[in-house]
Design a protein around this ligand. Structure first.
Ligand code: SAM
Length: 226
């Protein structure tokens, strides 16, 4: 069973996220284990300090080495992959999610302030991941985005109806167009073929729909750039 330890100064922000929807159901069914660890539990001073001002001056605060080293060491084993979330990391993709879903143990570090002391990165971090070319205030949202996507690939997390096999990116294409009741809404119709009951024709229509929208919205995927 995959184990995930998330290290953050706001563990309460993350904890309940994994109790909802398909991920919450899978957590309850013990298909994986998630623990949210409070970085401040690894401090010694009265104020539970995790940050300090940067050497060389300048604005912002930096996350100190000692609590980070201690927090990681408290859970790390030879099978752990230590992931630091940072806008400077490799951009997280569908293929990264699939790859990580096969790991035994992920330790996720959520940064805050101006990030972590460089010595922590050098000594402890195996992989740096970014959710995109923009900056958010902390690693908690990136952790939830990345883990939600990774956990979906663990066998049994999605049932056959929720299967990821038709999801966008799975076959190098975006997902096809989907419709539900009513058949007509404000003069707009559902494509006739989807009402036909002809499974072969429906499958062909969906294949074309996926190709057309990929060509229109994400032609880069068709070149295999991703
Ligand atoms: N000064 C840092 C820089 O420019 O690289 C950004 C610090 S950011 C305000 C605080 C924390 O938020 C980071 O340490 C990281 O953990 C998280 N973070 C912000 N943007 C992120 C992104 N695009 N992907 C992953 N984590 C991000």
């Amino acid at each position: 069973m995959m184990k995930v330890d998330i290290i953050s100064i706001f563990p309460g922000l993350i904890e309940s996220f994994f109790d909802y929807g398909v991920i919450g159901r899978a957590r309850k069914n013990k298909l994986f284990e998630i623990n949210c660890i409070d970085l401040r539990d690894f401090t010694k001073d009265l104020h539970r300090t995790v940050d300090d001002s940067p050497y060389g001056g300048g604005s912002g605060m930096i996350m100190k080495c000692e609590p980070l080293f201690k927090a990681v060491s408290s859970v790390q084993t030879k099978d752990s992959i230590v992931i630091y979330l940072t806008p400077q990391g490799e951009t997280f993709k569908h293929s990264t999610a699939k790859r990580l879903s096969g790991e035994e143990h992920l330790i996720i570090i959520c940064g805050r302030y101006e990030g972590v002391d460089e010595r922590f990165r050098e000594a402890k971090v195996d992989l740096e991941l970014s959710i995109g070319d923009y900056v958010v205030s902390g690693g908690e949202l990136p952790a939830m985005v990345i883990l939600d996507s990774v956990l979906r690939y663990i066998p049994g997390v999605l049932n056959s109806e929720e299967s990821h096999l038709n999801d966008s990116f799975e076959n190098g294409l975006l997902d096809y167009a989907v419709y539900t009741r009513p058949r007509e809404f404000e003069g707009m119709q559902v494509p006739e073929v989807l009402l036909s009951g002809n499974h072969k024709e429906i499958e062909n229509w969906r294949k074309n729909s996926a190709k057309e929208r990929t060509l229109k919205k994400r032609p880069d995927l068709l070149k295999g750039d991703n």
